[in-house]
Design a protein around this ligand. Structure first.
Ligand SMILES: [Fe+2]
Length: 228
C-alpha cells in the first residue's frame, strides 16, 4: 500500500454521556441568590458529598418557582440528548421532570467536593458567583487541572494518553452544566479568600403528558431544617 494513500474511517462514533453548558437568564441567578440567602446555613450538609460548611436546601415554594424557570433548559437538554443519540424526537422522549432536590453551596477557600455522583437521572450545577482565581491559577505548578476547577470523570485514565476520560472547566458566573447523575465529578479547592456560590439539583424524567413538578414533600430528604 502506498504510504501517501489517505485513509478515512467508515465512522467515528460519538459515545459517552451527554453534557451541555448553558448561559442562564438573569432572573434565575437573582432568584436563586435571594432565595438561598433566606435559607438555613448548613441545612443541606447531611445529604451532600461536599467538604463545605454551608450547603442549604431550598423551600417547597422556592422549588416550585425553580421548576418553571428551569423548564426551558430541561427542554433543550432533553432534545440535545436525543440528537446526541442520533434519534428522532417522538413519544419515547420527554422533557417533563420531577425535581428531587435543589440546594445552594457557599464554597469558601480550602473547601472542596470529592469525586461523587448524584441520585435521579439528570443533575446540574449553576454558578452564581465565584472569586477571581486568575492569580492563584497562574502561580499553580503541577499536573492536575489546578485550583477551583470542576472535573467530570468518565472511564479509566491512561498514561501515555490515548483516551479523553476527563473534562475540566473553570467555573464562570452565570453558566450552568447539565449532565447525567451517574457521571462522576469533583471540584478542586482554591486558597484565594472568597466564596463561590453555586446551585445544584437532581431530577427524574416524567411521562411527556404530565406536567413538571416538585417531588412530594414527604420524600424530600433536604428540607431546610435547623442544624443540630
Ligand atoms: Fe455534584
Amino acid at each position: 500500500m502506498s504510504e501517501d494513500r489517505i485513509i478515512k474511517p467508515v465512522s467515528e462514533p460519538v459515545f459517552g454521556p451527554y453534557l451541555a453548558r448553558y448561559r442562564v437568564h438573569e432572573g434565575l441567578i437573582k432568584g436563586l441568590k435571594e432565595r438561598g440567602m433566606k435559607s438555613i446555613p448548613g441545612s443541606g450538609n447531611k445529604e451532600l458529598a461536599g467538604v463545605i460548611d454551608d450547603q442549604r436546601g431550598y423551600s417547597k415554594e422556592d422549588k416550585e418557582w425553580f421548576v418553571k424557570e428551569f423548564q426551558p433548559y430541561m427542554s433543550a437538554y432533553s432534545r440535545g440528548s436525543c440528537a446526541h443519540e442520533q434519534r428522532m424526537w417522538d413519544h419515547n422522549w420527554t422533557d417533563k421532570f420531577e425535581l428531587i432536590a435543589l440546594w445552594i453551596n457557599y464554597m469558601k477557600e480550602n473547601e472542596y467536593n470529592p469525586p461523587h455522583t448524584h441520585n435521579g437521572q439528570v443533575t446540574w450545577v449553576i454558578f452564581l458567583e465565584t472569586p477571581d482565581l486568575d492569580k492563584e491559577r497562574d502561580q499553580y505548578v503541577g499536573r492536575s487541572v489546578g485550583p477551583g476547577a470542576l472535573t467530570f470523570h468518565y472511564g479509566e485514565a491512561s498514561f501515555p494518553k490515548w483516551t479523553v476520560n476527563q473534562l475540566t472547566y473553570l467555573p464562570m458566573p452565570g453558566e450552568m452544566w447539565i449532565f447525567p447523575t451517574m457521571l462522576e465529578h469533583s471540584v478542586i479547592p482554591f486558597k484565594t479568600k472568597g466564596t463561590r456560590v453555586s446551585v445544584s439539583g437532581n431530577c427524574v424524567f416524567m411521562p411527556p403528558h404530565m406536567e413538571s413538578r416538585v417531588m412530594p414533600e414527604e420524600y424530600d430528604r433536604m428540607k431546610p431544617q435547623p442544624v443540630k
